[in-house]
Ligand binder design. Sequence first.
Ligand SMILES: Cc1ncc(COP(=O)(O)O)c(C=O)c1O
Length: 359
Amino acid sequence: MNYNDWVKMTLIHGGQLHQVAEQYKIPTADWLDLSTGIAPISYPIPNIPLTVWQQLPQQSSELIAVAKQYYQCQQLVVTNGSQAIIQALPTLYRQKNIESQDVYVPYRGYKEHAHAWKMAGYTLHFYQGNLPEITKLQPNSVLVVINPNNPTGQVFNHEVLSQYQAKLKQLNGLFILDEAFIDVIPNNPSFSSQVNDSHTLVLRSFGKFFGLAGIRIGFLVADNYWCQKFEALLGPWQVNGPAQIIAEHALRDTNWHIEQCNKLNSLRIHQEALLWQLFTKKLVKCIQGCDLFLTLSFHQHDSAKKIYHLLCQQGIYCRLSDEQETLRFGIGKEGSIKRLESACRQACKNLNELKNTGN
Ligand SMILES: Cc1ncc(COP(=O)(O)O)c(C=O)c1O
């Protein structure tokens, strides 16, 4: 497939409910939206003083201190979501390393990375599943690892990541870890504390684990060089004041973190068991994911597309992968699981009918 075809099909994300609602002629309010990996339980919004709404945002030293503690790192930049970094990075990197040309990105994974590097004129090399062979990495190259990967849920361990980090440094390259969903992975496997020079960057997304993607805040863990570059590029009002206050409270609230992890884990276990029970091993090959999303792969190539459509007809919105081979379900709240269950039952029934009529 050429890049233009690839990009046309891939820069569609979950969370486009208005568009889908219009397509299926069901009012937006009547949908169960499981199309993203955003936690269904949100951090409660604290009281925000009127002055914070009135004034221009200022960089909050309290937020920086609490974020360093939460992410266990030396230095970071507060951003308007990690997407802001993904978009700006390729151009900045070209200025830093004019020899750089090659970027390794996951074939299945958040496609904004590949798109941003491609737009800046880099040559893309896709890897599937395993990381690219370490001995074949090019000098001055960039390696993007999404850990855990979205949508496969694949987690890469520290030992392996450290080898790639050392190799990229030796090659005068750049090692980028996107840890947007890592907050729910047990035993904190984050690489944030391993950032020690300008050859490694870690992206942290706030909105997913805290269930507040709409406030647009995220973090870049980096060394002094990159922090200065991004601060200069992003300017003084990158993150609004209310978002900073909310994030400061949320990142400090360790009891809530534990509670959130436990709740998401039990919702995920329940939903995963339910999806197996409803779709069965006859239809589903495997379910991968983490406590923020579950991705179903099917034995038959066209099942995902058909089930996606049958669920949309009932106002259930999940994410059909770009390759149209898998379905990703966000984790639903306790109250929404009954609806998911009956819609999936109906979808299976309709799918069988379609098969019997030869469609
Ligand atoms: C893997 C991954 N990284 C980064 C992002 C960007 O998220 P944000 O800008 O909210 O931090 C997303 C969004 O879905 C994502 O899936």
